[in-house]
Write a protein that binds this ligand. Structure first.
Ligand code: NDP
Length: 328
């Protein structure tokens, strides 16, 4: 086995972030107890931020990028994990404090690993990735907050990664899904994933009245800003919103009125440090509730050599669905 492996590395050169495909030595991998042969990683919005340096995601350099990985254990110094097991990692500071999934091999900590349900191939695991697992965390949050199938729910940033998986999951579970998108060319795609209505994101993107007509029993918001404020204002009495994203803005220019007049709930969702039990629940529910044909319909596969371009495109809102990265 060659000592040299391919990796996509974030460097800081004269204070400027530069990311590129390199060969690194296996001996340089971090000193962690489990060696994973990585099959696939993926591109999430946060990967776009990390690789371009638009936000300071990598907290030290050189940093192997990729907040997700899926692969097979090759060596394990942990009694809990054995060579040959198929595993997934989402978050836990990969590409931030710890080297991530854009490498043919990676050394990782046992507590970061989730066993991949048999239902999924390693490609499908990364078609889901952080975006899909976060969509499931959002769905679970809506369920816990009492939003029942059959009701009207809204997904914003619907043609993106989190949004696409959220639309597919909610439709399969029997919700009436409205998908908000800024891209008219994705309307047929979103209906194919199960959306029963598509709305133009411009209807949500300007400041609106603090309380508006009651439209949604629940919502999953991936974009923040005025859109989230308007979704709060349109949520029906007793409804709930899971907020996970900031693709348009990190601000929340909203009013307290929907909370005190309609008793609605706003639940923040974090995937990075979510506890193991929440991750395992999300992956088991993805195995049960995500239609593999819809997952395939939203997924494309690219090599690491395209990461620079993909990082720029995802920040521009120009990627539809999910992109799997073949690291080999
Ligand atoms: P994507 O880029 O795949 O999707 C984001 C979507 O948001 C785009 O497809 C687009 O949807 C919409 N969008 C993009 N830019 C704008 C804009 N300026 N104004 C309005 N809408 C916009 O990203 P991901 O799905 O990977 O991530 C979505 C968000 O969720 C990101 O902010 C990400 O950081 C966050 N996230 C948070 C996690 C957590 O743990 N809390 C985990 C995973 C993601 P359309 O074209 O349909 O309008």
């Amino acid at each position: 086995m060659s000592d040299m492996i391919k990796a996509f590395v974030i460097d800081s050169i004269d204070g400027k972030v530069e990311s590129r495909l390199k060969e690194i030595s296996r001996a340089d991998l971090p000193d962690e107890p489990i060696l994973v042969q990585v099959a696939y990683s993926t591109v999430n919005f946060k990967d776009g931020l990390a690789l371009t340096g638009v936000a300071p995601i990598a907290q030290k350099t050189p940093m192997v990028g990729g907040i997700d990985l899926a692969g097979t254990i090759v060596e394990s110094a942990s009694p809990e994990w054995k060579p040959g097991e198929r595993v997934v990692i989402n978050g836990w500071g990969l590409s931030q404090q710890h080297w991530g999934g854009y490498a043919q091999f990676q050394r990782v900590r046992p507590e970061w690993l989730v066993r991949l349900p048999d239902t999924f191939s390693l490609t499908q695991a990364m078609a889901i990735g952080t975006a899909g697992y976060t969509a499931m965390l959002c769905v679970l949050a809506l369920e816990r907050m009492g939003v029942k199938p059959g009701r009207d729910v809204l997904v914003t940033g619907a043609a993106g990664g989190v949004g696409s998986v959220a639309v597919a999951l909610l439709a399969k579970l029997g919700y009436k899904v409205a998908a908000s998108t800024g891209r008219p060319e994705t309307h047929d795609y979103l209906r194919g994933l199960g959306a029963s209505a598509v709305i133009d994101r411009s209807s949500l993107s300007s400041p609106g009245a603090p309380v508006q007509d009651e439209r949604w029993a629940g919502a999953i918001d991936t974009i923040g800003g005025h859109a989230l404020a308007n979704v709060l204002a349109q949520t029906a009495y007793g409804g709930a919103i899971a907020a996970c994203g900031l693709a348009s803005s990190r601000d929340l220019p909203a009013s307290i009125l929907p909370f005190v007049l309609r008793g609605i709930a706003l639940q923040g969702i974090d995937s990075v440090m979510a506890p193991k039990a929440a991750r395992e629940e999300a992956w088991l529910r993805l195995a049960a509730d995500l239609d593999p044909r819809k997952l395939d319909a939203m997924t494309s596969i690219a090599p690491m050599s395209e990461l620079t371009e993909l990082a720029t495109r995802i920040l521009a809102g120009d990627i539809r669905g999910r992109t799997v990265i073949d690291v080999n």
